[in-house]
Structures are given as structure tokens and as C-alpha cells.
Design a protein around this ligand. Structure first.
Ligand SMILES: Cc1cc2nc3c(=O)[nH]c(=O)nc-3n(C[C@H](O)[C@H](O)[C@H](O)COP(=O)(O)OP(=O)(O)OC[C@H]3O[C@@H](n4cnc5c(N)ncnc54)[C@H](O)[C@@H]3O)c2cc1C
Length: 459
């Protein structure tokens, strides 16, 4: 193909490394990202007039952040870069995008999706109170705006991000009240043999926990969160069961919560990609081969949007997917390079399975969410209402339960309530989680402004 039309969604580590290789091959891909600046989640850039250094913003990852930003800036005028542009649907080899009040269809010969991940949340009594944030939001306020979610913060959930965000708050001068981890010490030790695949990350993690403890932050493992206390104006505390089963309360003015991440796989879904269930993370993820080829001929997937492997893994995945794309278009491939990238990838996969073992999604806690708790914030549906749709209206899987209950039909399109509602539906049926299926992606994958009037079409 002489001049293939290639579209990349996502300008994070995966999208940047993919675009770099395509540009080096003489191509000019369209790069779409809804953020104002490239960098993705971990290397998110603040507004241009902010002056904090890379070291202040990214800490130990400053070098990698600088490298990703410099790489993108070096090829930015050789790609068709669409910042602040949302890819909201994929259909018939076209990506549908929205910028401000304009929508446009971009046709492609090959599509490379690298849209990253979002927080994986567990609905909790009181989680809709003002002052309760996801971990990602707590971090974004700090990284992008230099703000904190509160002065007295409790972080609750599990996974590396839980400790990292708490540490970042402490370094910014806001030592958290406590870190409440649902994973027990025994579970964390069980993940160790796999996590040694990346010793440097393991050491970094241990240093973060030790620094938190030295900074006076309480770190409790094996907890069961019960309620975010407060009223409709603020958060006043956190109630939980400790590892010994004793109920405790902590005073705080804000809560940051998150249980590792979930892949943003809706665009892959709309592109028609096949999915498979991964029991270690209890998630449905798009099927890919060792290079990032999806089940659809001209769709390639990379980064956290297909497997949560972290930023370094995302860079490797982006490169592999770009090589696969070039190879399928007839470009010559350096096989030694491919083998070395694939070996690196296997190390990331091994480490990620250790993380999944050490910080498991506490599915028993999810299945036991009390009936009165709001499970779907957007549509204000309780877990009890969802269970009723399962039992009274015979909904053995989530899409049917969604149709009857409206769980997952609101603004978030099930991105935040989906993982929990799958567990609740499966448990209410007394069936394994796979049988509940996954909430299918629907366009628009994220909300569009009301009043879009203009439509232009390219190509
Ligand atoms: C909230 C959050 C905080 C994190 N913090 C850390 C951290 O501190 N340290 C760490 O090691 N790892 C962190 N991670 C994980 C780390 O960010 C990822 O492993 C890494 O960034 C993955 O790179 P990626 O390129 O796959 O995705 P990302 O870096 O997430 O990049 C994806 C890009 O796609 C864009 N995008 C997504 N959907 C669309 C769409 N529909 N249309 C247009 N653009 C779209 C996004 O704006 C984003 O720029 C965090 C993850 C999340 C979700």
C-alpha cells in the first residue's frame, strides 16, 4: 500500500512509541488524544505555563518522562496530531472523533488503539459524598494542577497505585492519615516469586511503603472498607474492619479509592475485536497475539488499554504493535529486534501476574456490597435494585441486567460501575463471574456535548 491511512488513538507511552516507529518508516499517522498535551496518564504534562520541573512532577520517573516528551515533540510536526480530540466510536474502518463542538469521521487502513486504563472501583456506602475521589483523580489533581483532594486524606483500595499516590501526597506535604489496603500481607508475599521479574520495581515498592511508615502514615493491610462517613456537603471519616475483624473509624476530610486499573477496551469492542476472560484479574480483555494484533485484520492494540503492564510495558507494546502493523503493510522487519522486545514483554507479563496475585481484586467484598449501596452513580441505582433485576427478571448476564435496571447506562457507560456489577450479577445468580459476561462497549464511549451541530468528513 503506497500511502496507508493510519490512525493511532492515545498519545501516552504506548501511542508515542508506536508513532515514533511509524514516522521513522516514513509514514504520517493521525494521532488522536483527548488530553491537551501528549504524555498519557503517568507522564501527564501540566499546562504550558506551569513551571514545576520534571523531577518535581515525576520523581523517580523524571528521566523516562523527559524521554517520552522529547520523543513526541521531535516527531509532532511529522504526524497529524489531534489534541483535545475524543475518539468516541469506531465503525466500518472509520474513527468518529469530536473536538469542541465539531464531529468528524476519519477513515483508516490500519487502526492502533492505545487508550490506556482507568481506575477500577468498588462502590461503598458513602462513596458519592463530596470529598471522595478515585485514586487516579487524586493523582491528577496533584500532577496537573498542584492541588490536593483534602488536608486529611485516607487512601483505600489495593494495588501499587494506592501506595504510590499516598507517597506522592506525602512528598507534596500532605501526609495521608492512613493507607487501607484490602490485600493481606500473606497475599502480597504470594506475589513475590513473580514480581522478582522486575527487581527494580519491587525495591521501589518496598521503599515507598517504608517511607510512608517513616513519615508516620498508618499502613493497614487486610482491611474491609465499610463506609465513607459524612453528609451531602463533606467527608468526615472512614469506617472499616481491620485484619482482626475489629471495626474502626478514622477521621478524615477526603478519601481516595481504587483497586488497581481496568483497561479502556470499549473502542476495541466497537471495532469488533474478540475478548477473552482472564481469571487472574477477573476481567474480559481483547484477544491479541504476541505482537498486539487483535482478532480484526487491521486493528492493533497496545498498552494498558489491552493489558495492564505499566508504563514501561506500554512502551514495549507500542513498539511491537507498530512493527506488526508495518509488517502487515509489507515493510521489512528486524526479527532480532522483535525477539528482544517480546522477551522484554514476557518479563512485564510475569511481573503483572505477580501484582495481580499480591493485590487481588477483593471479589468477595464486591459481591457482598449491601443492598442499600448505590452501585451506579450516574443513574442512582442501588445494588439491591440490580440484584432484583437478576432474580425477579431473570437476568443471568450484565447486559440484560443493564437493560432492566439501567446500571451502566449513564454518563460513565459502565466504565466505573461495570466491574462491580458483573460480580454482583454473578453472585446473585450463584454462577461464576465469566457467566455474567461484560458490559459491551457502546458509542459514544465517553459523553459528547449536547448541541454538536457541525459534521465534517475526511477522505
Ligand atoms: C489514573 C492513573 C494514574 C496512574 N499513575 C501512575 C503512576 O503514577 N505511576 C505509574 O507507574 N503508573 C501509573 N499509572 C499506570 C500508567 O499510567 C500506565 O501504565 C501507562 O501510562 C500506560 O501507558 P498507555 O500509553 O497504555 O496509556 P496512557 O498513558 O493512559 O495513555 C492513553 C492516552 O489515551 C488517551 N485516550 C484515552 N481514551 C481516549 C479516547 N477515547 N479518545 C482520545 N484519546 C483517548 C488519553 O488521554 C491518554 O493520553 C496510572 C494509570 C492511571 C489510569
Amino acid at each position: 500500500m503506497a500511502d496507508p491511512r493510519i490512525v493511532i488513538v492515545g498519545a501516552g507511552p504506548a501511542g508515542t512509541r508506536a508513532a515514533e516507529l511509524l514516522v521513522a518508516a516514513g509514514l504520517r499517522p493521525v494521532v488522536i488524544d483527548e488530553s491537551p498535551r501528549s504524555g498519557g496518564q503517568i507522564y501527564r504534562r501540566p499546562p504550558p505555563n506551569f513551571t514545576r520541573s520534571h523531577e518535581q512532577l515525576y520523581g523517580t520517573e523524571a528521566g523516562r518522562a523527559r524521554a517520552i516528551h522529547a520523543t513526541f515533540d521531535a516527531f509532532a510536526n511529522k504526524v497529524d496530531y489531534r489534541a483535545e480530540t475524543l475518539a468516541w466510536a469506531v465503525k466500518d474502518d472509520r474513527v468518529f472523533v469530536q473536538k469542541a463542538m465539531t464531529v468528524e469521521q476519519i477513515p483508516y487502513d490500519a487502526l492502533l488503539l492505545a487508550p490506556g486504563a482507568t481506575d477500577r472501583l468498588i462502590p461503598l456506602e458513602g462513596w458519592t459524598r463530596p470529598g471522595c475521589y478515585s485514586l487516579g483523580a487524586a493523582q491528577i489533581t496533584l500532577k496537573a494542577q498542584g492541588c490536593a483532594i483534602g488536608q486529611e486524606v485516607v487512601f483505600v483500595g489495593t494495588g501499587p497505585l494506592l501506595y504510590l499516590v499516598a507517597y506522592q501526597y506525602m512528598k507534596a506535604g500532605i501526609a495521608p492519615v492512613a493507607v487501607l489496603d484490602t490485600s493481606s500481607l500473606a497475599q502480597q508475599l504470594r506475589g513475590l516469586p513473580l514480581m522478582v521479574a522486575r527487581p527494580e520495581q519491587l525495591i521501589k515498592g518496598a521503599q515507598i511503603v517504608s517511607a510512608l511508615r517513616q513519615g508516620g502514615v498508618r499502613v493497614l493491610r487486610g482491611v474491609r472498607p465499610l463506609e465513607v462517613l459524612g453528609d451531602d456537603r463533606s467527608v468526615t471519616g472512614m469506617r472499616f474492619c481491620d485484619a482482626a475483624g475489629h471495626e474502626q473509624e478514622l477521621r478524615c476530610t477526603a478519601v481516595g479509592m481504587g483497586y488497581h486499573l481496568r483497561a479502556e477496551s470499549q473502542l476495541a469492542d466497537l471495532a469488533g475485536c474478540s475478548f477473552e476472560f482472564h481469571p487472574t484479574v477477573r476481567q474480559w480483555l481483547p484477544v491479541i497475539d504476541e505482537m498486539g494484533r487483535s482478532s480484526i485484520r487491521n486493528v492493533y492494540l497496545a498498552g494498558d488499554g489491552v493489558r495492564i503492564l505499566g508504563a514501561d510495558g506500554a512502551e514495549v507494546a507500542g513498539r511491537l504493535a507498530a512493527i506488526a502493523l508495518l509488517s502487515d503493510l509489507g515493510w521489512p522487519i528486524d526479527q532480532a529486534k522483535v525477539r528482544s522486545l517480546q522477551a522484554e514483554m514476557r518479563r512485564h507479563v510475569r511481573f503483572a501476574s505477580g501484582i495481580a496475585k499480591a493485590f487481588p481484586w477483593p471479589h468477595e467484598q464486591v459481591a457482598a456490597i449491601p443492598d442499600r449501596t448505590l452501585i451506579c452513580r450516574c443513574e442512582a441505582i442501588t445494588a439491591g435494585e440490580l440484584r432484583a433485576s437478576v432474580k425477579d427478571l431473570f437476568s443471568p448476564e450484565v447486559n440484560r441486567a443493564k437493560a432492566f435496571s439501567r446500571v451502566g447506562m449513564g454518563r460513565c457507560q459502565g466504565r466505573f460501575c461495570g466491574p462491580a456489577s458483573q460480580e454482583v450479577v454473578a453472585a446473585a445468580n450463584g454462577a461464576p463471574i465469566q457467566s455474567a459476561g461484560r458490559i459491551r462497549g457502546q458509542a459514544p464511549v465517553k459523553p459528547l456535548p449536547i448541541g454538536i451541530t457541525e459534521e465534517t468528513s475526511r477522505g
